[in-house]
Design a protein around this ligand. Structure first.
Ligand code: B3K
Ligand code: ZN
Length: 879
């Protein structure tokens, strides 16, 4: 859909649908030059809305071939085809509408609706893709039963899938065949799916808590036969976990997963037929890194969990997206925490939140987790809806406690099963089950922006009283000023100088108060006193990141070092290390001086490298310096090359000073036995690859030899890629090029690994300068039509190779603008995502900021801009 001034859609305009659909009968005739879709809708007027309204059906890029009402064909004058809408002014209270449309999946580059990917047909209907298949009331509050017949050539498309259970199949003339599927659960059209292809089937079974046997099937291209096992196991773990932790049992007899190479996002939770981006489901020891395995486990779980949080209970309208996404991300993060290390999982989640979601919250596209308006809903599948949405559910979980939260979720699922509801219904179920009043808490759904929580303290030695004063404020965001204070759970502890936790006594009489308290901040200013303290304590604030806020407190380096080694809260230990590293890097900005690198930081890292008592997975996280993106996020008027240089300086200083410890750490963490995916084994690989990366960063000859050996002999992708990445980021140009060539040669037939190969280069300031990026775009394996390839080169360059992207001559920005304009014509959704690094132009130093703005203007001035890109660019340029 192209338009110069897209309409804004408002939550306040919501009206219940005028018509409901009880049953949808679909028949797809699939051909090489297109597809004919026959649809029969059993519809009736919605008793809850007034009668007399015309029937309006959504449509997008459809060719209407036939239309009949109750068996009578409608002639041209009896309906209006308005491009994005089909209007039939007069219809009876109950009727059957037959529609035949012709579509061209083979030319569908937007990858919305029905399209072709490596020879197979597949669909993506969320949010508004179903309207690219047939005319339909394409909104989530219209839920219907679907029966779907798929017809295609039998030899090219032996596998024909849709939602639910197969009920009929057979051969047709001309070498064609059909399968009919029936989904007994009413669902919105966005959960519809169809797949047709020559796919290999992997089967397994799962026995549910009530003893039902579920058939589990994965469909992949035959060459991926050996890459299914991990996802299948992850699926079974997820199914068991959802039964045990949420009491949720699977409801159909079959659960299917299909892998496709061309996919706009990670995966999609279509009822009974989840479709995955190949990179988020296929894995083997040789081709997937530990991080990829973990991501696959989390995404498989996420999509599976949607069966209840999203499918059985769905969203009333797209403003409620976080109802299913925030809750489901929270559920998958609980699951991942249970499968591995909870502290490490928390660190990973918070890193993403603070680096990218906080940036979104402070930028021109900032929106509450329940937005009040949008132009293009696809732009609102954001970190705010997903990750901040999950944090909000996590806060409810922590305020209610495990047991009452479960009571609340049980009530929610029971009360709203089969309904399309709002975030408010979710909160109400939590209130009703727990008896807690969450009225102020609801502001989290309405107000955008990351709250700032500023903490000051004083200690009265004579009374032994320590007082914390906590002020919250919420910055202005587009369209929102003067915000009200929010309900913030703020977990804290206090430590004495020996590093022991102190009882938190709220008055002089209390003796053995708890060692940790969750303060509930509800006012702009909150103050609290702790009694019976013989010395000034060190505060441990916002433990386990109990709320998605920015904490300000005048920590001294001394205190941070102390917390880094003593805080009983693992997350805060890590956080103290991050804050210290940020402080050290920031102090070098603009005046790089090797002698000025804080020696206590070096000693803290030395201590970490030698600490074999501490959880090694936590040590591995603590050794990672804050990313450039996070450092940018923390600064005003960011000068990226300066940030890059300061960070490099610290990393090199540490690597030189700790060279022997790093070599020892590498040797100590070499694996003896077989490849394992335990947290312990993952931590070992992580540690040795960090050591290697640091050592190669200072061009250490011994490390070069170690990397070469690891690269050649690795029995898994984590180590092979770790060695490759370290070589690519080293000054050993010859070895870098050799390794890159060898890697490509070895894996050139594997698209997922080729994507890794692209992104290792595109995200490296050594191998990913603009001329090299241009070369990658010319590489035969690069494909503009494949979103993964675009992300692995253009996305990795603009999003991860900050120093090259923010080159002072503005060439990086111009390059990005060019690619966005090119993609806008074929895949607007991906184009709009790529604009993101430019949207925060106001955050950068004037020289950069002006050129970023110019690049945005260049995109704005492209003719026939898609609605997706229009919204992001115009909002970014608005004052
Ligand atoms: N619900 C899908 C996302 C659909 C995105 C549409 N533009 C995947 C997920 O969150 O599980
Ligand atoms: Zn989701």
């Amino acid at each position: 859909m192209r338009t110069n001034q897209p309409q804004t859609i408002y939550l306040s305009d919501y009206k219940a649908p005028a018509f409901l659909v009880d049953q949808v009968d679909l028949c797809f005739e699939l051909f090489e030059d297109g597809a004919r879709v026959h649809s029969t809708l059993s519809m009736r007027q919605n008793p809850e809305s007034g009668s007399g309204a015309p029937l309006e059906l959504h449509g997008d890029s459809l060719k209407l071939e036939f239309l009949a009402l109750n068996g009578t064909p409608l002639l041209a004058g009896a309906y209006q085809d308005e491009g994005d809408k089909l209007v039939i002014p007069e219809v009876p209270a109950e009727f059957e509408l037959a529609v035949v449309t012709w579509i061209e999946p083979q030319n569908n580059t937007r990858l919305e609706g029905l399209y072709k990917s490596s020879g197979m047909f597949c669909t993506q209907c969320e949010a508004e893709g179903f309207r690219c298949i047939t005319y339909y009331p394409d909104r989530p509050d219209v839920m219907a039963r679907f029966r779907t017949r798929v017809e295609a050539d039998k030899s090219a498309y032996p596998v024909l899938l849709s939602n639910g259970n197969p009920v009929e199949q057979g051969d047709l003339d001309n070498g064609r065949h059909f399968v009919t599927w029936e989904d007994p659960f009413p669902k919105p059209a966005y959960l519809f799916a169809l797949v047709a292809g020559d796919l290999l089937e992997k089967r397994d079974t799962f026995s549910t808590c009530s003893g039902r046997n579920i058939e589990l099937r994965m469909y992949v291209e035959p060459r991926n036969s050996e890459k299914c096992e991990y996802a299948m196991d992850a699926l079974k773990r997820s199914m068991r976990w959802d039964e045990e932790v949420y009491g949720r049992e699977y409801d159909l007899d079959i659960f299917m997963i299909v892998a496709v190479d061309d996919f706009n996002m990670g995966a999609m939770e279509n009822k009974g037929l989840n479709i995955f981006n190949s990179s988020c489901v296929l894995a083997s020891q040789d081709t997937a890194t530990d991080a990829a395995f973990q991501r696959i486990e989390a995404i498989v779980a996420h999509e599976y969990f949607h069966n209840w949080s999203g499918n059985r209970v769905t969203c009333r309208d797209w403003f409620q997206l976080s109802l299913k996404e925030g809750f489901t991300v929270f559920r998958d993060s609980q699951f991942s925490a249970d499968m591995g290390s909870p502290t490490v999982k928390r660190i990973e989640d918070v890193t993403l939140l603070r680096t990218a979601q906080f940036a979104e919250d402070a930028g021109p596209m900032a929106h509450p987790i329940r937005p009040a308006s949008y132009m293009e809903i696809t732009n609102f599948y954001t970190l705010t809806i997903y990750e901040k949405g999950a944090e909000v559910v996590r806060m409810i979980h922590n305020l209610l406690g495990e047991e009452l939260f479960r009571k609340g979720s049980d009530l929610y699922f029971e009360r709203h099963d089969g309904q399309a509801v709002t975030t408010d219904d979710f909160v109400r179920a939590m209130e009703d089950a727990s008896g807690r009043d969450l009225s102020q808490f609801r502001l989290w759904y309405e107000q955008a922006g990351t709250p700032v929580v500023a903490v000051t303290d004083d200690y009265d030695e004579s009374r032994g009283v320590y007082r914390l004063t906590i002020r919250q404020s919420i910055p202005n965001t587009p369209g929102q000023t003067d915000k009200k204070p929010q309900h913030i759970p703020f977990a804290i502890g206090l430590l004495n100088s020996a590093g022991d936790p102190l009882p938190l006594n709220l008055n002089a009489e209390e003796r053995n108060g708890p060692l940790e308290r969750v303060l509930e901040l509800t006012e702009t200013e909150h103050s609290v006193e702790f009694h019976g303290l013989p010395e000034r304590p060190v505060p441990s604030l916002l433990r386990d990141f109990s709320a998605p806020v920015r904490v300000q407190y005048p920590w001294t380096r001394e205190q941070l070092l102390f917390l880094m080694s003593h805080d009983p809260d693992g997350f805060n230990r890590w956080d103290a290390g991050q804050r210290l590293a940020v402080d050290v890097i920031q102090s070098l900005l603009g005046a790089p001086d090797d002698a000025a690198v804080e020696p206590r930081l070096v000693e803290a890292y030395r201590h970490l490298l030698n600490d074999i008592e501490l959880d090694q997975a936590l040590v591995a996280k603590m050794l990672l310096l804050p990313s450039e993106a996070y450092l940018v996020e923390l600064s005003d008027q960011a000068d990226v090359p300066a940030i890059h240089d300061a960070r490099e300086q610290v990393m090199k200083h540490l690597a030189h000073a700790l060279r022997d410890e790093l070599v020892a750490c590498y040797q100590r963490n070499l694996d003896q036995g077989d490849y394992q995916l335990s947290s312990e084994a993952i931590a070992r690989r992580s540690l040795r690859n960090i050591a290697l990366a640091w050592l190669l960063h200072i061009d250490d000859e011994q490390a070069l030899a170690l990397a070469g050996e690891q690269f050649d002999n690795a029995d898994n992708m984590t180590d092979r890629l770790g060695a490759l990445r370290a070589l690519v980021n080293s000054g050993f140009e010859h070895e870098r090029n050799q390794a890159l060539a060898a890697f490509y040669q070895r894996f050139s037939e594997d698209p997922q690994v080729v994507e890794l190969w692209f992104s290792v280069q595109a995200s490296s300031d050594r191998a990913g300068q603009l001329p090299q990026i241009q070369q990658l775009l010319q590489h035969p394996a690069f494909d503009w039509k494949n979103p993964n390839k675009v992300r692995s080169v253009v996305g990795a360059f603009a999003g991860q190779n900050l120093a090259a992207f923010h080159s002072p001559d503005g060439s990086g920005y111009q390059f990005l603008a060019e690619q966005v304009c090119r993609l806008d014509d074929s895949n607007p959704q991906i184009a709009a995502r790529l604009v993101s690094p430019l949207t925060r132009w106001k955050k950068f130093a004037p020289h950069y900021c002006e050129q970023m703005k110019a690049a945005l203007e260049r995109i704005r001035d492209k003719s026939e801009l898609s609605r997706d890109v229009y919204e992001v660019v115009h909002k970014s340029l608005a004052d």
